[in-house]
Design a protein. Structure first.
Lengths: 268, 275, 284
């Protein structure tokens, strides 16, 4: 075959460069059509939006200046949220370590991993708020429901990632430790954990931060903490107090992020 | 990892020691442990939990679970299905809307596209603000502004997602290869063309991946927004709970669970095709 | 087989080491390994080891040679049950290793030190912690969790480190070492177990020729100092000839040569590696 046979005809080249990507255009078109369709389903009309905007500016006006005179109630709520987050995180992290180990398919037989993985999947599937509501309905209003909900959320998050991390380790190192005649726990401590501990700490500090955020919200459904204060302020149209609460929450979360980062560095 | 060793001077000297951490490290580790224990003790002592409730909790849970069984399957077509679809639409529309809002913010936050520090910081502030405020709180705000219903929920999801999408998008943009950009600039391409033909092709897989990831999370979040009146299945859940109709509650929970599973499945499948 | 008392060194049922750090006797038995009719099938009907019977010597270096896939590694790993034999007996000092389970198996394993082709150190731990892994078979969990190793163990670890020429490396992370250095740590870890027997699965295959010789010398000398046998699975025939006191040649799952290195002839090598098959992993 000579080279001349493979060259395209002169006009064809110009047409082929920057050819329209029909598949991508179809996707964009599809998305646009969906937006129109769903928008009509949800009754999202331009008129509503515009009224909303003028409402919004009035609303913002009512939120400023934020009202901090009731700071004692504010502090009480924040402190309770903090307590919920701390207790749930400590217990959740402590439980996630063995549960994650039990869920690792390269370490444990199926009879152990299946229930452990099921527990983890179950804990992850529901939004912490929904879990909190269930606990509130079951055992009553208050911090206990919030704590239990966040413990489950922690197990779901850390347990899953930790089990995945364990399943990625080099089993050769573990085999060598086993060959020395070490007991199961000694093998885990010296063969498995050194490979995954720093990642476990990373997951745990992330979950600590996440629990702090969620602890401010479980109160909305009765799980204790500042969320309850916030919700009732909304219902009373007390928007300047709402602004104060929001500012306090954001401040607490940002401080919490800093502390979580500092904890991670000191352990890793 | 550094440690302390005292080396012997001669063979008769006392045996060498080994410690895993230097004294300094041990002190700081001890301090951290102490702080954590103190925080835990303070929390447990002061949190308002009635001990009787704690000990009785498992019984109460079992009682509730018993009341939820068997789930009321007939409830599904009547009330749940419509609300579930609404939830999915809220999640999807909200995600799409957030893309439009997040792309400019992400562009503003990427230091290679906007080499103007104050704008970077403004963008970062918007992103952090969006992430720090929980989607439930956004929903509360927008219900107060727009009134109850799906509109408030959609915008709440959108606003919450800006932080997530914008941050990851900004990072993806900063990691772009500069070569093609320089080539385009040297050829005299206008700014928008550089964006479209230089950055977009590189960032595209990350963009879809981030969008999918966020959509998956938004499906979960949207289910909850109805609890504060922002539309979707949360409303159905709330009313069923308020009327103590536990078998219906069970059906709602199962439906939510199923939708979340399906959404994850869809995301995994699309991931496999595209990435 | 539970130990009775935990003495104040924290070690279970052993004597404290002598001044040069080497724990000497009493050891029950002296590492006599007898294999009878050992077979292994990874898949049914495809035996990798066919009815192997061997009497290993009580001291010296035994080299097992043969092309890849012939079952050398399987044979070595059956001895400490990292691979489960399909049938047969493996007797160490009169005890059948194939029948052991649970803590008895662990007690048996700690008497067998193993050295791996890819060193298999725990990368994130320091060198000295890797050495102390050798004592894990003797230590209770709390000591390992808190890293409160007995002083005698630490002293022995340091002296072993000096012996293998890594005295200054105690606190370095294992993944910061070169291949030859890592293998020395691996050897030291095995010796820390105070074993009756050393096994080595292709210990030099990942090393350059000069380092390979050093490692072979180290294993031979350490084993001689402690008066224990070494069984090495190796594909470099020249190294085998140079360091072994006995050579076992395997081909397709059976033993085709069992004798001293000076009686190993070309005909035997052809039998092991196949006629004219210089590609079969044979450097001679």
């Amino acid at each position: 075959m000579t080279i001349a046979d493979t060259r395209p005809a002169p006009g064809a080249l110009r047409r082929r460069a920057f050819q329209p990507n029909w598949r991508q255009r179809a996707i964009w078109l599809g998305l646009a059509a969906y937006v129109v369709y769903a928008g009509s389903l949800l009754d999202i009309t331009w008129a509503r939006f515009v009224t909303g905007l003028s409402n919004g500016s009035r609303f913002l006006g009512r939120m400023f200046p934020p009202e901090f005179t009731r700071w004692e109630i504010l502090l009480e709520g924040l402190v309770e949220s903090l307590q919920i987050a701390i207790i749930a995180s400590v217990i959740g992290i402590l439980l996630s370590l063995p549960i994650g180990l039990l869920a690792a398919r390269n370490l444990m037989p199926a009879i152990v991993t299946v229930p452990a993985r099921a527990l983890i999947a179950f804990s992850r599937s529901f939004h912490p708020i929904i879990v909190a509501i269930i606990f509130v309905k079951a055992i009553g209003f208050g911090a206990l429901a919030g704590i239990l909900a966040l413990i489950l959320a922690s197990i779901g998050f850390i347990g899953k990632l930790f089990a995945e991390a364990i399943e990625e380790i080099s089993l050769k190192q573990v085999e060598a430790v086993r060959a020395t005649g070490a007991s199961f726990f000694n093998v885990v401590i010296m063969g498995v954990l050194p490979q995954v501990l720093s990642r476990f700490i990373g997951f745990s500090t992330y979950q600590l931060d996440s629990n702090l955020r969620n602890s401010t919200m479980v109160g909305i459904v009765g799980g204790g903490g500042i969320g309850g204060t916030l919700f009732s302020a909304f219902q009373r149209f007390d928007y300047d107090f709402v602004a104060a609460i929001l500012i306090a929450i954001i401040a607490m979360i940002m401080i919490g992020e800093v502390i979580a980062g500092w904890l991670r560095k000191s352990f890793q | 990892m550094s440690a302390g060793i005292e080396a012997p001077a001669t063979a008769q000297a006392p045996p060498r020691q080994w410690q895993r951490f230097t004294p300094m490290q041990r002190l700081s580790r001890f301090a951290v442990y102490l702080a954590i224990v103190m925080a835990l003790v303070w929390s447990v002592r002061n949190v308002q939990v009635i001990p009787e409730f704690l000990f009785d909790a498992h019984n109460q849970m079992a009682d509730l679970l018993r009341r939820m069984w068997p789930p009321d399957v007939a409830y599904y077509p009547r009330s749940i299905h419509g609300a579930l679809m609404e939830t999915i639409h809220i999640a999807t529309l909200g995600t799409i809307l957030s893309l439009f809002l997040a792309v400019p913010v992400g562009l503003m936050a990427a230091r290679n596209i906007t080499p103007f520090w104050p704008l970077n910081q403004l963008a970062n502030f918007i992103l952090v603000g969006s992430r720090t405020v929980n989607s439930l709180v956004w929903a509360l705000l927008f219900v107060a502004i727009f009134g109850p219903g799906a509109l408030a929920g959609t915008i709440a999801i959108a606003f919450r997602s800006i932080g997530f999408v914008g941050k990851l998008l900004g990072e993806a943009l900063e990691e772009c290869d500069r070569g093609p950009i320089e080539a385009l600039r040297a050829a005299g391409a206008p700014w928008f063309s550089i964006l479209l033909k230089g950055y977009w092709p590189q960032v595209q897989p990350a963009f879809w991946s981030i969008t999918l990831f966020r959509w998956d999370i938004n499906v979960r979040e949207s289910a909850v927004l109805g609890l504060v009146g922002a539309g979707g299945i949360g409303l159905v859940l709330d009313s069923a709970m308020n009327f103590f109709q536990w078998t219906r509650v069970a059906m709602v929970l199962i439906s939510i669970f199923a939708v979340v599973l399906i959404a994850e499945f869809i995301v995994t499948q699309i991931r496999k095709r595209i990435i | 087989m539970r130990a009775t008392a935990i003495d104040d060194t924290g070690a279970v049922g052993e004597k404290a080491p002598t001044a040069d750090g080497i724990r000497k006797g009493p050891r029950k038995g002296d590492g006599a390994l007898v294999v009878r009719r050992l077979s292994k099938e990874y898949q049914r009907g495809v035996p990798v080891l066919k009815d192997i019977s061997l009497d290993f010597p009580r001291r010296g270096v035994v080299a097992v040679i043969g092309p890849s896939g012939t079952g050398k590694s399987t044979l070595i790993r059956c001895i400490n049950r990292l691979v489960e034999p399909t049938s047969g007996k493996i007797m160490l000092d009169g005890r059948d290793l194939t029948k052991l389970r649970g803590s008895a198996l662990r007690a048996a394993r700690r008497e067998i030190g193993m050295i791996f082709q890819e060193y298999n150190l725990v990368e994130r731990l320091s060198v000295i912690e890797n050495l102390l892994c050798g004592r894990l078979g003797y230590l209770p969990v709390w000591r390992v969790w808190l890293r409160r190793f007995p002083e005698t163990d630490i002293a022995e670890a340091f002296s072993l480190l000096d012996r293998v020429g890594l005295g200054d490396f105690a606190t370095r992370r294992a993944d910061a070492l070169s291949g030859g250095q890592r293998q020395r740590v691996g050897i030291a870890r095995a010796v820390m177990q105070n074993p009756k027997l050393l096994l080595a699965d292709e210990p030099t295959s990942s090393l350059d020729p000069k380092t390979s010789v050093e490692i072979m010398e180290l294993m031979r000398d350490l084993a001689a100092e402690r008066d224990i046998p070494v069984i090495i699975n190796i594909h470099d025939v020249a190294l085998a000839r140079r360091f072994a006191t006995r050579i076992i040649g395997m081909s397709e799952g059976s033993v085709v040569y069992d004798g001293p290195p000076d009686e190993l002839e070309e005909t035997h090598l052809h039998q092991i590696y196949g006629a004219g098959d210089r590609e079969g992993g044979w450097i001679g």
